[in-house]
Design a binder for this molecule. Structure first.
Ligand code: GCO
Ligand code: MG
Length: 431
């Protein structure tokens, strides 16, 4: 008698101030359930509706064992497909079904997938700062914690902020990434009279200051510490080509999101002019975005947000495609991946031969309390516990104490600010 799905629900919670979405799939076997990450923090209630209004009626009564069939069913059921909201909803179900399968097999997911290829997952963490010295201070701080790979950002992503009375906040004083300044170095953008509110930045100031920052850091720590940088799609394509070339002397481990998904054909130009290893993918939702980059070896690390491509089922297939072309994994691992999603990252990282590196944003309190079983970080490596499935749970009662709402750091009353990035003349530029 198959074990069947009896309930599918999407829990929204913001214990550490960033909105998270976790799907719980309950079954006909009393007490047996699975959890999965569905976190698209900018549109959480959309994901919840997709799960509870559409996937739940589709899935009730179906056999929990049929993960592949259920994934394909959810994927094509909406006819239009490959968008972030629906993919995240599917991911929540998919990860929960893998969690259930591990529990039934009494195996941690990494074992179910074929066992460990390594015993710990090397991570990179973020060193941010308002000036090169502050970045350097944070590099030293992370090295003292045993972190071996370090992403360096000068004032968040690319930009700089402009005080914004209309939006009632001083973005540049808002801490971001826990160490940096949200929106970057203030006071260097000029904008015309009457310019609209937004997170202003100047691409020229950005590239010139980051080049100086790496020169400053490298000249003081040498070249033994692998450093990374995230462009976050903030440059016109030709400027990204020039920037990649200019960063070659600083021997980066990788340069991330040098281009926006809309400009991926420019990776061919970057490859022609620069040898810096390239990482891309956190914004991807459609296979046609990653296929050419992998099959033409235009990138070196795939950076997808696993729930944004539909979960563990597609991630395994993507990793296999990457292995055939010498591309390694570097799954997206920011604060807007739930601890359940981080656990899924780590199980895949432990198993996959072509693992590259794992981004890790940390589990600030009270996340470990709301999500018992979080992977543990020790001396630069993440470790999953050996419990069956994903090895993590959600305490629903505790989660309910941290409702998502306007001022959870990313938006007020549903309006997100940090993605309202503008060039000095006020032109909106992708965030
Ligand atoms: C990263 C990402 C994030 C994103 C965030 C969007 O490299 O971790 O760029 O910082 O900006 O996940 O919601
Ligand atoms: Mg990024």
């Amino acid at each position: 008698m198959p074990i069947t799905i009896t309930n599918v629900k999407c829990i929204l919670t913001a214990p550490a101030g960033i909105g998270l979405a976790v799907v719980k799939v309950e079954t006909s076997d009393a007490g047996l359930y699975g959890v999965g990450c569905a976190t698209f923090t900018q549109r959480l209630t959309l994901v919840k509706a997709a799960v509870e209004d559409y996937l739940k009626p589709l899935l009730l009564g179906r056999d929990v064992a049929r993960i592949e069939d259920i994934w394909q069913l959810c994927y094509q059921n909406s006819y239009w497909r490959n968008g972030p909201a629906l993919n995240n909803a599917i991911s929540g179900v998919d990860q929960a079904l893998w969690d259930i399968k591990g529990k039934l097999a009494n195996m941690p997911l990494y074992d179910l997938l074929g066992g460990k290829s390594r015993d710990g997952v090397a991570v990179y963490r973020h060193a941010d700062g308002r000036d090169p010295q502050e970045v350097l201070d944070n590099v030293y701080r992370l090295k003292e914690q045993g972190i071996m790979y370090i992403r360096c950002q000068l004032g968040g992503y690319g930009g700089l902020a402009k005080q914004d009375e209309a939006l009632g906040r001083r973005a540049q004083e808002k801490p971001y990434n826990n160490v940096g300044v949200y929106g970057g170095i203030k006071g260097q953008a000029r904008s015309p009279e009457g310019a609209l509110p937004g997170e202003y930045y100047d691409p020229d100031v950005y590239v010139l200051s980051v080049e100086k920052m790496f020169d400053y850091v490298r000249s003081r720590i040498g070249f033994e510490t692998p450093l990374l940088h995230d462009v976050h799609e903030r440059l016109p394509p030709i400027e990204a080509v020039r920037f990649a070339k200019r960063l070659e002397p600083y021997r980066l481990f990788f340069l991330e999101d040098a281009l926006a998904p809309e400009d991926i054909e420019w990776f061919r130009r970057i490859r022609q002019h620069a040898t810096v290893p390239l990482a891309m993918g956190e914004l991807f939702t459609h296979p046609l975005e990653w296929k050419p980059l992998i099959t033409e070896q235009l990138i070196d690390f795939i950076r997808v947000h696993i729930s944004a491509i539909g979960g563990i089922t597609p991630a395994r297939k993507l990793a296999a495609l990457c292995e055939a072309f010498g591309v390694r994994t570097a799954w997206h691992g920011p604060g807007d991946v739930s601890p359940v999603g981080h656990a899924a990252n780590v199980h895949l990282d432990l198993h996959l031969h072509n693992f590259g590196i794992q981004e890790f944003s940390g589990f600030p309190d009270p996340l470990p309390e709301v999500f018992p079983g979080c992977p543990e970080l020790r001396d630069g490596y993440l470790y999953a516990n050996d419990k069956p499935g994903l090895g993590i749970d959600i305490d629903e009662k505790l989660a309910a104490k941290y409702p998502i709402h306007g001022d959870t750091g990313q938006f007020k009353g549903g309006v997100i600010y940090w993605t309202q990035s503008r060039l000095p003349d006020g032109t909106l530029w992708r965030p």
